[in-house]
Design a protein around this ligand. Structure first.
Ligand SMILES: [Zn+2]
Length: 444
């Protein structure tokens, strides 16, 4: 580890963190301009210049680079500054006041993911201040619009300013936090993401007068189709990132949890075991990792009370696993619903898998095992999406690594987009040093 006055650095980082949490960057409208201005000022005071680009009103993206060598081999630290809405009245402490109570810093964005913006900011500041000799560029991308589909954030940067964010390695979100499994500490590192497919599925029928019901009613057919779709999961897919993840999780957890975790990979037994796993978090997560999913999220049918419509539609939020495809998904849905349906694709993006046998992953493993001896590092696939999927187009390998040390009673998935989002101050400080050490070791 580098010899610096970490107490002073941690206090400085905490102050930046609180300031960033106090900017209400709720998306929509996703106005992050004040937050990017603040980061640009802090960097400027250290003599680090940054580029701030406005993709849409208030949706600004900041990129700063410490240059060292080949820009295409850079390590990029990517943190989105927008946050999801918070229902203020449901929070114990206000979501945009950044108050500290009982060792926790409260605020929307505390773990998703303004802490990472601070890690990135402080990494650049420290590398510069300490005069660390770099052999690899370090880039900070503090960006907009992740929570609303990335259109004016990472996707925009990739299509409009690929040179500005040229690089090879990226650290992003959803990983590096402590999970407590079977008494062991496990650190998931995201290396794969499911693909997104948003579909409109439509049934057709014969129009008519509502006073004379007939059998060819589009609304009735759609509701039949939906109840069949919800009755059981779509077929299982074996895919390498998930199989590896479940096997590693079983090893880390040890007996007795290792037994059901092994059994859920057995095709004919798996879903039965899954339904009987203890806990409320693990079964739906594992199920989403073993199947493509199709979740109804909206309905459109009918114009008038007394008219039988000729069509009825449902919006499906579908997620496909590595190895699956849009065509495979649509044929699975057709088989499940057993109705004549048509599809309209609203949006689709492919699943993403990054190799985990890389020098960056090795450094992450090494540093975590030093910072939390005896812990397990778990390469994971996530069911959601992150900016890492956008950067893939530029050849980036992205890992979810925004480290926080969490106590056993604090479950990351419940804080993520939940009420009372908060971070243990000690866990944040631990993450700051852990993160800096990874960046320093990989780039210096
Ligand atoms: Zn996020």
């Amino acid at each position: 580890m580098v010899d610096v006055d970490w107490n002073a650095i941690e206090d400085e980082a905490l102050e930046h963190f609180q300031t960033l949490l106090r900017f209400d960057t709720t998306n929509p409208p996703g106005d992050v301009a004040a937050a990017t201005r603040y980061i640009a000022e802090v960097l400027g005071r250290e003599g680090i210049s940054s580029t701030v680009l406005e993709a849409a009103p208030g949706r600004t993206n900041l990129v700063a680079r410490l240059s060292a060598g080949d820009p295409n081999d850079a390590l990029m630290i990517s943190a989105h500054l927008d946050v999801v809405p918070a229902e203020r009245e449901r929070w114990t402490h206000p979501p945009f006041a950044a108050e500290i109570h009982d060792g926790y810093l409260w605020g929307r964005g505390a773990i998703d993911m303004k802490h990472m913006a601070v890690f990135g900011l402080m990494a650049l500041v420290l590398l510069r201040r300490l005069g660390v000799e770099l052999r690899r560029d370090v880039v900070l991308a503090a960006i907009a619009d992740e929570e609303a589909g990335m259109e004016y954030g990472s996707k925009w940067l990739v299509s409009h300013h690929p040179d500005l964010i040229a690089g090879r390695w990226c650290l992003g979100e959803v990983g590096g936090f402590t999970m407590h499994v079977g008494g062991q500490r496990v650190y998931p590192i995201q290396r794969a993401e499911k693909g997104i497919v948003w579909l409109k599925m439509t049934t057709s029928g014969t129009p008519g007068h509502g006073s004379m019901p007939h059998r060819d009613n589009a609304v009735v057919k759609l509701s039949r189709a939906l109840s069949r779709l919800a009755a059981r999961p779509l077929p299982r897919h074996r895919n390498e990132p998930v199989q590896g993840m479940i096997a590693d999780l079983g090893k880390a957890a040890g007996f007795p949890l290792s037994i059901p975790l092994r059994l859920i990979s057995v095709p004919i037994l798996g879903d039965w075991v899954l339904d009987r796993l203890p806990g409320s978090d693990l079964p739906p997560l594992l199920s989403a990792l073993l199947h493509d999913t199709a979740c109804p999220t909206g309905l459109v049918a009918g114009q008038k009370e007394n008219v039988i419509p000729s069509a009825a539609s449902v919006v499906l939020d579908c997620r496909i696993l590595p190895g699956s495809s849009l065509d495979a998904l649509m044929s699975e849905i057709r088989q499940a619903v057993r109705e004549d349906v048509t599809f309209e694709v609203i949006q689709a993006s492919d699943p993403v898998v990054h190799e985990d046998d890389t020098p960056l992953f090795d450094v992450i493993r090494q540093v975590l095992s030093e910072r939390d001896p005896g812990c397990h590092v778990l390469p994971t696939c996530i069911v959601g999406y992150t900016d890492g999927a956008s950067y893939r187009k530029l050849g980036y390998t992205t890992y979810g690594f925004a480290p926080i040390r969490l106590p056993p009673d604090l479950v990351f998935s419940q804080l993520f987009h939940g009420h009372d989002e908060r971070i243990p101050v000690a866990g944040f400080k631990w993450g700051l040093r852990t993160f800096f050490e990874v960046v320093r070791r990989f780039c210096a």
